[in-house]
Write a protein that binds this ligand. Structure first.
Ligand code: FRU
Length: 473
C-alpha cells in the first residue's frame, strides 16, 4: 500500500485569512488606539459567500493579525455588507466621544438577503466602539435610506479645508455618488459620477504627487482597482485623467485604504491599502480566500501624468528571518534554482546584454522570453515586447533591457511589483509540490547575440505570523 503524502498547507504565512470560513472584502480599515484594525466580509458558518457578517482582527504591525469575535452580525435590516471606519475625536459632531478616540463603523444593511430582513432594501448604517472590541449599532439606523436598490459600500473621508465628511457610495451599474455631511448623520448627494465598466466598493482619497503637499490630487477608485485622478474642492470632483488600472493581476478586488485620526498619530501620514485576493480555491483547508499584503500608495509624477504606485509597507521587514544574496547568473533554457522557501520577499534584477537590439533585433526575432517559475506559477518577461505576463494577464513596462522585480511569495499567493510599484500583479494559486523557484531564458537565449543575466537576487525569508487567534485589543 502506498503511503499517503501529506498535502502541504495552503494557509498563508504572512497574508490575512480567516481562521475558519469564507472571507471577501476588507472593511472598516483603521488605525485606532495604537492598533491596526481589519474588519472583513465573513461567512463564519461556511466556505462560500453568504450570511455576511463583519469579522474582526487587530495587529500591532499590519502582519501578525489576531482574530477576535464577530464585530457586526446580521439583524432585521439585513446581513452586513461592506463599509468603512473613521476615527472620531471630540468635536467631530454628535457621534463623537467626549474625550479620547471613538471608532465609527459605517456599513450597508443588505435588506432581503436573509429571512429576517425580507421585504427591506439596502440602507447605510453605523455602529460605534470606544474600546475597539465591542460594537454597538446606532439606535437610529439607518443613517441613509435607500437611493437605489443595490446602493452599498459607503467609504467616508474627511475633506480638511471645508471640514466636511464625504461619502463615496456605489449606486448601480457604473453609477457612483459622492455625498456630503457636516455631522455624519444627515447626508446630501453632492455629485453622481460614472466609471464605465466598474462597480462596487469605491474608495476616495487625497494624495500628494511625489510627496509634494502643494501638488495634491484626489483619487477615485472602484472595486476592480481602476481609478480616476482629479481635483476635489469639497463640493465637486473633476476627473482629469483615467480610468487607469492599479493592479493587473487576476485576483485583485475591493481595495480599501486605512483611516487615521485627523491628528495623524504614529500610524498616520501614509495611505495604506489592503485588497481581497478574489478567487482561488484552497482544497482541504478550513478557510476560503485571503487578503493581499498591505501596501503603501504613492502618486508618482510620470511623463503621462500622475499614476498610483503600490509597494509593500515597510513593516514587512520586521518578518525577515534570513537574507541571502546571490547573482551574476547567465540564464539559459534549463531552469536554474534561484531561491528556496515557502514565504519569501524577493528582489530580482535582470539585464539583457547591450547587444540586444529591440523589436527589429535578433533577440526579438528569436522570441526571447525570460521566465520565473514560482512553484508552478510562471511569470514571463518579454524584453522585446516590454511585457510582463502572469496567469494570462499582461502589463506593459517602460524599459526593455533591464528589469527590477519585487516578488512576495507565500504558500498560496504571489504578488509581483515592478517599475517602483507603478506595476503590480496580485494572484493566488495552489503551488505544485514538485516545483521550486527557478528562472530560465528561452528563444534567443544562449546565443551570442543576447545573453540574459540575473544580476542580483536578494531573498529574504519571512516568518509565519498567521494564523493568530486569541485576545485582541
Ligand atoms: C464586493 C461586494 C460588495 C458587497 C459585498 C458583499 O465584493 O459585492 O459590493 O458589499 O461584496 O459581501
Amino acid at each position: 500500500m502506498e503511503a499517503e503524502v501529506p498535502r502541504p498547507s495552503l494557509r498563508p504565512a504572512f497574508h490575512f485569512a480567516a481562521a475558519a470560513g469564507w472571507l471577501n472584502d476588507p472593511n472598516g480599515l483603521a488605525f485606532f488606539k495604537g492598533r491596526w484594525h481589519l474588519f472583513f466580509q465573513h461567512n463564519p458558518g461556511g466556505l462560500t459567500w453568504g450570511n455576511m457578517h463583519w469579522g474582526h482582527a487587530t495587529s500591532p504591525d499590519l502582519f501578525s493579525w489576531k482574530e477576535g469575535p464577530i464585530a457586526l452580525a446580521p439583524d432585521r435590516r439585513g446581513t452586513v455588507f461592506s463599509g468603512c471606519a473613521l476615527v472620531l475625536a471630540p468635536g467631530d459632531g454628535p457621534l463623537a466621544p467626549a474625550e479620547g478616540e471613538r471608532l465609527l463603523l459605517c456599513y450597508t444593511a443588505a435588506g432581503s438577503t436573509s429571512l429576517a430582513s425580507l421585504g427591506r432594501r439596502f440602507s447605510q448604517c453605523c455602529a460605534i466602539s470606544d474600546d475597539g472590541l465591542r460594537f454597538a449599532k446606532y439606535a437610529r439606523n439607518p443613517v441613509i435610506r435607500p437611493i437605489r436598490a443595490t446602493n452599498r459600500d459607503p467609504k467616508i473621508v474627511r475633506h480638511g479645508p471645508t471640514g466636511t465628511w464625504i461619502m463615496a457610495l456605489w449606486l448601480r451599474g457604473s453609477e457612483f455618488a459622492l455625498l456630503r455631511s457636516t455631522d455624519l448623520l444627515s447626508w446630501e448627494i453632492a455629485q453622481r459620477l460614472e466609471m464605465p465598466g466598474s462597480i462596487e466598493c469605491p474608495d476616495f482619497f487625497p494624495l500628494a504627487v511625489d510627496g509634494d503637499p502643494a501638488r495634491e490630487k484626489w483619487v477615485f477608485m472602484a472595486a476592480d482597482g481602476r481609478y480616476l485622478v482629479g481635483a476635489f474642492d469639497g463640493l465637486r470632483f473633476e476627473a482629469e485623467a483615467g480610468p487607469f488600472v492599479s493592479d493587473s493581476g487576476p485576483n485583485f478586488y475591493a481595495p480599501q485604504t486605512f483611516a487615521f485620526a485627523a491628528a495623524g498619530g504614529p500610524g498616520g501620514g501614509r495611505r495604506v491599502q489592503l485588497a481581497w485576493m478574489k478567487g482561488g480555491s484552497y482544497p482541504g483547508e478550513l478557510f476560503s480566500q485571503q487578503m493581499t499584503v498591505p501596501v503603501e500608495l504613492g502618486l508618482v509624477g510620470t511623463p503621462e501624468g500622475p499614476r498610483l504606485a503600490r509597494l509593500p509597507v515597510a513593516e514587512l521587514r520586521g518578518l525577515v528571518t534570513k537574507t541571502e544574496v546571490s547573482g551574476g547568473l547567465a540564464l539559459g533554457p534549463v531552469e536554474a534554482t534561484i531561491a528556496s522557501g515557502e514565504a519569501l520577499d524577493l528582489d530580482l534584477r535582470l539585464r539583457v546584454e547591450a547587444r540586444f537590439r529591440g523589436r527589429a533585433g535578433l533577440c526579438a526575432d528569436a522570441g526571447l522570453e525570460v521566465g520565473f517559475d514560482f512553484r508552478g506559477l510562471v511569470l514571463l518577461w518579454s524584453p522585446a515586447r516590454r511585457e510582463l505576463t502572469l496567469a494570462g494577464r499582461t502589463v506593459r513596462l517602460a524599459a526593455g533591457t533591464t528589469l527590477a522585480l519585487r516578488a512576495l511569495l507565500d504558500r498560496s499567493s504571489l504578488e509581483v511589483f515592478a517599475m517602483d510599484g507603478l506595476v503590480s500583479l496580485s494572484s493566488c494559486f495552489v503551488p505544485r509540490a514538485d516545483r521550486g523557484i527557478s528562472a530560465y531564458a528561452r528563444g534567443a537565449a544562449g546565443s551570442e547575440e543576447c545573453p540574459v543575466f540575473l544580476e542580483r537576487v536578494e531573498s529574504r525569508s519571512l516568518r509565519t505570523v498567521m494564523p493568530g487567534r486569541g485576545d485582541i485589543g
